[in-house]
Design a protein around this ligand. Structure first.
Ligand SMILES: NC(=O)c1ccc[n+]([C@@H]2O[C@H](COP(=O)([O-])OP(=O)(O)OC[C@H]3O[C@@H](n4cnc5c(N)ncnc54)[C@H](O)[C@@H]3O)[C@@H](O)[C@H]2O)c1
Length: 369
């Protein structure tokens, strides 16, 4: 397939690397910034670059627009004219506005897209060929979409290792508001609320623990990107926040009436929902995952020592997180392994390296309905 990538930054560059793993694809790129073109060529993200969008799209069967959100409508429009036979898609994080902006005569050849993966880095120099492996890639075909061209795009995305999932444009925006934009907004609120002032002389931010850090990992994400994303999806995000406020009011009311039954049901429902997110991430293994937690000194090589010992014992690390306290206090390492046997062997290996670890099931039986 001849693919044209317009915008050779981190995402466009990574897509080029992923496509070029298959010799059957030819990737032609264009970026208005000549340095971005040069970086993409140097990393092997493209077979060649062209100095104009028109030249880059001329022979394309598929055009993927990977420009910044604000530039998408104009660039998609140019790409549709420049690739008269091809299908055009984009990778922006909201879809309803973009799809609505497409000229009626061109709707058959445009399908909105949104790969649900990424990183907070910029430029093709950081590009990764495996970025899309196993990632969900949301696509927003409409009644107007040409089926044959859609099949070409769908096949291309599957073959680079991503999982295409079709969804209506408005539903897409509601879905990402709930699963991505709302958590970012709430993480920002948790941080700014804790930063509002001292409690009896104590700075709350100096007293936070692992729970707070887990909840706020995405707080303060790059404003260059996130102001645009919040504004772009403001209707769906505002609706999700209003629903959040309604649910908060219910919790406040339950606290005020001292309603233990409500609180227990509330926690139980949340536990069930969380179990299904683990099932989605880990499949059938979810009910058999064990979390090992241990205190770790801040020293080079400690993680590789543990990872290598597990590797030699054929214990697969399903997930790994490090919560860092400070250089002198070190941090807490959490490792997730599958199966009670593996957890026991892992505890023994850790013991041999002098770590006193504890293992707990990730999904406890007590939580089960
Ligand atoms: N980074 C992520 O995690 C992520 C995830 C999903 C979707 N996206 C979307 O991918 C797109 C690109 O993000 P990125 O992370 O690669 O950013 P980036 O800054 O690394 O790359 C953007 C590139 O677009 C180029 N560009 C600017 N104006 C352009 C125009 N008019 N025409 C063509 N190219 C233009 C820039 O020169 C730059 O090389 C954005 O729309 C973003 O919302 C990003």
């Amino acid at each position: 397939v001849v693919v044209s990538i317009i915008g050779l930054g981190f995402m466009g560059g990574s897509l080029g690397l992923a496509l070029r793993r298959d010799a059957a694809n030819t990737v032609v790129g264009h970026d208005p910034d000549p340095q971005a073109d040069a970086a993409a060529l140097e990393r092997g993200c493209v077979d060649r670059t062209e100095s104009t969008l028109a030249a880059a799209c001329a022979d394309a069967e598929v055009v993927v627009v990977c420009a910044p959100v604000a530039a998408l409508p104009a660039v998609i429009d140019q790409a549709l004219s420049a690739a008269p036979a091809g299908i055009v898609t984009d990778i922006g994080s909201t879809k309803e506005g973009i799809v609505a902006s497409i000229d009626a005569a061109q709707r058959a050849r445009f399908v909105g897209g949104h790969p649900v993966c990424g990183a907070e880095v910029r430029g093709a120099s950081q590009a990764r060929a495996d970025l899309f492996d196993g990632a969900t890639w949301l696509l927003t075909p409409t009644h107007d979409t040409d089926p044959a061209r859609y099949a070409t795009l769908h096949g291309l995305i599957s073959r680079i290792g991503a999982r295409p999932v079709a969804i209506a444009p408005a539903a897409h925006d509601r879905l990402v508001a709930l699963t991505s934009h709302l958590p970012h907004a709430v993480a920002n609120l948790l941080c700014s609320q804790a930063a509002q002032g001292r409690i009896d002389g104590h700075d709350p931010l100096a007293a936070v623990g692992g729970g707070f850090r887990d909840m706020t990992r995405v707080a303060g994400a790059n404003p260059r990107i996130w102001v645009d994303i919040f504004l772009d999806n403001r209707v769906a995000l505002a609706a999700a926040l209003r629903e959040h406020r309604r649910l908060l009011d219910d919790v406040v009311a339950a606290l005020e009436r001292g309603d233990a039954g409500y609180l227990a049901r509330w926690i139980g429902d949340a536990a069930a929902a969380r179990r299904s997110t683990l099932a989605a991430a880990f499949g059938d293994q979810a009910s058999d995952l064990h979390r090992l937690a241990l205190h770790l000194p801040d020293r080079p090589g400690v993680i590789s020592g543990i990872a290598q010992a597990f590797g030699a014992a054929q214990i697969n690390i399903e997930d790994l997180a490090l919560e860092h306290f400070s250089p002198d206090r070190g941090g807490v390492l959490e490792v997730v392994v599958a199966g009670a046997d593996a957890a026991q062997r892992a505890l023994q290996l850790l013991d041999e390296q002098g770590y006193a670890a504890v293992a707990t099931p990730l999904v406890s039986d007590e939580d089960a309905p």
